[in-house]
Write a protein that binds this ligand. Sequence first.
Ligand SMILES: *[C@@H]1O[C@H](CO)[C@@H](O)[C@H](O)[C@H]1NC(C)=O
Length: 517
Amino acid sequence: MSTSAIQQIRDQVQHELHGAVTIVVLGASGDLAKKKTYPALFGLFKNGFLPSNTHIVGYARTKMTHDQYLERVTQYIKLGTEEDKAKLNAFKQVTSYQSGQYDQAESWIALNQAIEQSEQDRQLQPAQRNRVYYMALPPSVFIPVAQGIKQHVYNATAINRLVVEKPFGMDTESSNELGDALGALFKEEEIYRIDHYLGKEMVKNVMNLRFANIFFAHAWDRQFIDNVQITFKEPFGTEGRGGYFDDFGIIRDVMQNHLLQVLTLIAMERPISTDSEAIRDEKVKVLKCIRPIKLDNALLGQYVGDLDGKKPGYLDDDSLKNKESQTPTFAALALFIENERWEGVPFVLKAGKALNEAKVEVRIQFKNVAGNLYDDTARNELVIRIQPKESVYMKFNSKQPGLSYQTIQTDLDLSYHDRYTDLAIPDAYESLILDVLRNDHSNFVRDDELEASWKIFTPLLHAIDDPKQHLPLVTYPYGSRGPQELNAFVEKFGYDRSNSDAYTWPRQSMAPQQNKL
Ligand SMILES: *[C@@H]1O[C@H](CO)[C@@H](O)[C@H](O)[C@H]1NC(C)=O
């Protein structure tokens, strides 16, 4: 990005907030705050993206001294240079801590007094008394906290913004309940529902790829695309956190939210502009075209110990209360979008814990060439790798170099780490908090979007949660590629695996023994 584009963003933030804000991190002693929120706030501070007059107040139940607080919230901040260290000292000067309860008026009144005191000390004008409330909290306290803030901390003379993190309920009904309760307290435009996948570089790139390239724009439909695979793979199991995970399962954990968001960006129609409501309108529209997932279109799995007995199975997790849990740790789900563009094209979402690698990617597989002249040609595939090592590559067919006329598969490859020098991709949270400050809702989930997304998953989730239904659950060993049944499942929904097994990315050897000359 050019220096002027960066400066423009800084100016936007300053202008939007009249140069001042108080950011209240609720749940400041928790994991999310120390691992994500504070490092992101520091990243923004360091690069000059916070308003020039910013104060950060940490709030939580834990009693801590100022020094204990600072130690806790800065432990995950990485310092590269001497300059970073100096910046961290400056960052520490603009943050303070206040302990209090989540359900008691006195605590909230005290928090408000502390904020007002800081606003006075900073000599803020009424219009500068902006407040961002960042809820890094478990869902059990969402509502009491939102109420406490609204009654005792919210002040309508300046801007108030509420940032919430998943889980947004467990199904359509509980999500709507939570939404109604929040909606009674805060206006929709004051609420920012985080899905941190929307802050990831390659997810943000989907719109640019689709709408700024004519050769993608015109091949982006059922006529050219055979199927779409959106895959999330994690190389570790629950590792002692099974007690928490068991209430959710892999579908609620990453599919109903993160992977569905990616699908939505791949599938939606072109918005009329890049305005956030225009984008979210299109997302809602395409979600409403997706029918609830049929049980036949789901493959559910749970990991067991690995073959040499070194890694435990899911049910071996000591924190698990239900030792006969049927909670899926793996799922492959085929979704269908019933509109003109996509009818009949399977969108297969796959996600699993305790697999062989860490990877999140989108694989768009095009159809076979009609009237093909050559044997052995593979389908074109556009791959968007979200993590690790961001990249976009297109698998295509080309003549084997040399005397042969054989067609081989290769790729047009944009690997960010090879192509861009001085590449610094900010963490998703950094990008999202910046969006909150400059009032851009594009990368946040709107209330109607949330409802539409739950409707797709709720019937399947209820069937899984109902012990009487006993849905089939296959097993797979820790560290494997997933259940054996997966290949047949993806093939059933159109994915052609031929040739892809021999294909290596990004370097291909031309040595004769590796190629059928
Ligand atoms: C809101 O803030 C203004 C100063 O900006 C203050 O005068 C007023 O009393 C506050 N209102 C409440 C309800 O606290």
